[in-house]
Design a protein around this ligand. Structure first.
Ligand SMILES: *Cc1c(COP(=O)(O)O)cnc(C)c1O
Length: 424
């Protein structure tokens, strides 16, 4: 029994991990003479070693062929974004025509709302979770105002109803039922960034649709973390970034999903030439004819230098055997973190994230017992010994073991250092 808490056990878990080789595909930052123990892949994923070669490839083609680079070889810039379509579709559970890599997350959220938030006097409201990521809240609030409605009445924020500050499904059901006839859009996170709580996307889509609302999902913390089925779950649209669990680098080009049933929709959209039907785009005619599917929402010719590292990232997801294989490891790794915390440092750290593995991904949000100052002390101690999590005011440390590159020993070391700080 105690054996499962030992250092030897952590080593055995690493030795038996079928995905352990993937770590060597990443550049791990150093702390003195050791690898840093990096638990912030939910904020900025580590650099895949192959990212540089993909970037270099674009730079070389630019140097050697300049404008001809648009048409040259397998990685011609004209169709460069299409190289990402199928791997990204596998990552989010979509048909290839339903996904596109473009813009940034918040920009995509606005463009999606232009098409799928169509408020009327009877049905003006957007429902989100209280404590949403500020950018999402700014986006929905400004859209409500843009349409001449009032966020005081038309931005509905569902309050957490559990002791840990998470949301029960009943609270979500109640809110959607209560406001149903006034809801134009439900915008919900796949995983809540602060608490790490994962939601039943299919159920939320059903509830929203039953009330006649559109349902959009923000997958910032879910893409590349949880297995997703956006198509089968009937999500209307989704947006996500590629710099968190997808390791495509700071400010990486983001992702966007539009369900197949909207592929031919004549809903309003903010158009640009790259969304124009491919076959006739270069006739340069004045009328806009959209490309079928998500690519019809593109505006500009893609930032190829920005997309290059994402190719390295999706290759690693393929190499891992897909998100399902990664998630199988992730459940064990996060479960191991939970087990060690409960057994050894439960007097220091209180787990905010739900205990049910179906309600979380690769992140535990840990409230430091004793308040903010004690929390800051611990956080700074951990950083001084090379263990990086991130801090959320007033007293939470988020620890996110990423199955692509974190080890069981990383988790063990974290708990060991929390003990060292407290005094064993
Ligand atoms: C990380 C994150 C963002 C970041 O938005 P950008 O447009 O990429 O800067 C937005 N929303 C959520 C929920 C996030 O977790």
């Amino acid at each position: 029994m105690t054996d499962s808490l030992s250092r030897t056990h952590a080593m055995a878990l690493d030795a038996a991990d079928p995905l352990r080789q993937l770590r060597s595909e990443f550049i791990i930052p150093r702390h003195g003479h050791n690898d840093q123990i990096y638990f912030v892949g939910n904020s900025l994923g580590l650099q895949p070693k192959a990212a540089k070669a993909h970037l270099q490839d674009v730079l070389d083609k630019w140097a050697d062929h300049a404008v001809e680079g648009h048409f040259r070889g397998d990685t011609a810039w004209m169709t460069y974004h299409e190289l990402l379509r199928e791997p990204l579709a596998r990552i989010v559970g979509a048909q290839p025509s339903e996904v596109v890599a473009m813009n940034s997350l918040t920009a995509n959220l606005h463009f999606m709302m232009v098409s799928f938030y169509r408020p009327t006097a009877e049905r003006p409201a957007i429902l989100i979770e209280a404590g949403a990521f500020p950018s999402d809240r700014h986006a929905v609030e400004s859209q409500i105002r843009f349409h001449g409605f009032n966020p005081d009445t038309d931005l509905i924020e569902v309050q957490p109803d559990t002791a840990q500050g998470t949301l029960s499904m009943q609270a979500i059901e109640r809110a959607i039922a209560e406001h149903g006839p006034r809801l134009a859009l439900v915008l919900w996170p796949g995983i809540q960034y602060r608490t790490g709580q994962a939601f039943d996307i299919r159920r939320i889509v059903e509830l929203g649709h039953a009330q006649g609302a559109m349902v959009g999902i923000d997958l910032a913390h879910a893409a590349g973390n949880l297995p997703l089925q956006l198509h089968d779950d009937n999500v209307d649209f989704a947006v996500w970034c590629h710099y968190k669990y997808l390791n495509a680098g700071p400010g990486a080009v983001a992702g966007c999903f539009v369900h197949e049933r909207h592929a031919d929709s004549d809903c309003p959209r903010f158009a640009g030439w790259w969304g124009h039907e491919k076959e006739t785009r270069f006739q340069m005619a004045p009328e806009f004819v959209p490309t079928r599917g998500a690519e019809g929402w593109q505006l500009s010719n893609p930032p190829v230098l920005g997309l290059a590292p994402l190719r390295a990232s999706v290759e690693l997801f393929e190499k891992a055997g897909g998100v399902a294989a990664l998630h199988a490891k992730s459940r064990k790794l996060t479960g191991y973190l939970e087990e060690l915390i409960q057994a050894r440092v439960s007097d220091v750290l209180e787990i905010v994230t739900p205990a049910d593995p179906a309600e979380r991904g690769a992140q535990l949000s840990l409230r430091v017992v004793g308040g903010r100052q004690r929390g800051r002390d611990l956080f700074e101690y951990l950083a001084s010994v090379g263990i990086l999590g991130d801090w959320r005011e007033p007293d939470v440390i988020r620890i996110s073991p990423a199955p692509l590159y974190n080890r069981y020993m990383d988790v063990y070391r974290f708990v060991e250092e929390v003990e060292n700080w407290r005094g064993v």
